[in-house]
Ligand binder design. Structure first.
Ligand code: ARG
Length: 287
């Protein structure tokens, strides 16, 4: 069972972190807490999605994602909202790339609805398509390998997002987008929000997360010293992307986890897409 949002998250240390590394016992506790956050977040996101879609309110537009702004209609046409309360991106017109922790396993699955083609989830022009199958990353056990594919019953006629197959674009400034919470513990969004976040090195990210980070499989991003901009609950599975040398969008990350949202010292952690590009391509070819 998931405790309420605030309680399930590890608390931010009230004082600066100790200069000594945590004991094994402390590290294990932190790991368990982080895994609980990961496990619970989707369920929490679903509850939030059903209970609190934000009304349109132009005069008090919420900070999107966290610290974001509204995306324009058609700006990120590959963005998908999944009915379990996650994001995704069109890998092809019939396959959505999302996070492994957003799905419960592999096999035939007609329970997921993918919504695309509109920044407003309540738009009458939004396209809704059911899933037929789910493929969770082989060997996924809650640590690393946080990717999954969802096969759709009909193609969605929107541009797709190509994935990075080398580390060439695993640096610089990234764009994040999603319908997830705009503040830690906040409600899901009706309108797609976007923000930019800088790359954070593995070494810096490990200062926040220690051995919970799997550096070869995860890529971090955010404003470490100030916080304030991040993905959050309900953005999971959505893409982190940037422009390639030809000016086209390319996906470098999948929203995965973090301690709270947009906290100073705690960047967002994303699946490193380049690490899994060939596994994703071969899995897609079986769907
Ligand atoms: N695990 C969350 C979800 O299921 C995503 C959390 C991202 N957190 C962050 N601080 N970047 O939606």
């Amino acid at each position: 069972m998931c405790a309420p949002d605030q309680d399930e998250q590890p608390r931010t240390p009230a004082s600066p972190p100790p200069s000594r590394p945590p004991t094994r016992k402390q590290a294990t506790l932190v790991k368990q807490l982080l895994r609980a956050v990961k496990r619970c977040s989707v369920i929490a996101a679903v509850a939030l999605a059903t209970l609190s879609l934000q009304p349109a309110n132009a005069s008090a537009a919420p900070a999107p994602v966290v610290g974001g702004t509204r995306a324009a209609q058609g700006e990120f046409p590959f963005m998908v909202r999944l009915s379990m309360g996650c994001g995704g991106a069109l890998y092809s017109q019939t396959i959505v790339l999302t996070a492994a922790h957003c799905v419960s396993g592999s096999g035939n699955n007609t329970s997921i609805t993918a919504t695309a083609g509109a920044v407003d989830l309540q738009s009458s022009s939004a396209v809704k398509v059911r899933s037929t199958k789910v493929l969770q990353a082989p060997g996924y056990n809650g640590v690393g390998k946080d990717w999954a594919l969802i096969k759709l019953a009909q193609p969605i006629n929107q541009p797709t997002l190509k994935i990075a197959s080398t580390t060439a674009y695993d640096s610089g400034t990234f764009t994040i987008a999603g319908w997830g919470a705009a503040t830690e513990g906040g409600g899901q969004q009706r309108y797609l929000l976007k923000a930019n976040v800088p790359f954070v090195s593995d070494a810096t990210c490990q200062q926040a997360y220690g051995s919970d980070l799997v550096p070869s499989q995860e890529i971090c991003a955010g404003y470490v010293s100030t916080g304030g901009v991040d993905t959050c609950q309900g953005d999971s599975g959505g893409p982190m992307f940037r422009k390639d040398n030809a000016g086209a969008w390319i996906q470098v990350g999948i929203v995965s986890w973090g301690e709270g949202c947009a906290r100073p010292g705690y960047p967002g952690v994303y699946t490193q897409v380049s690490t899994f590009a060939s596994a994703i391509a071969s899995a897609a070819s079986t769907l």
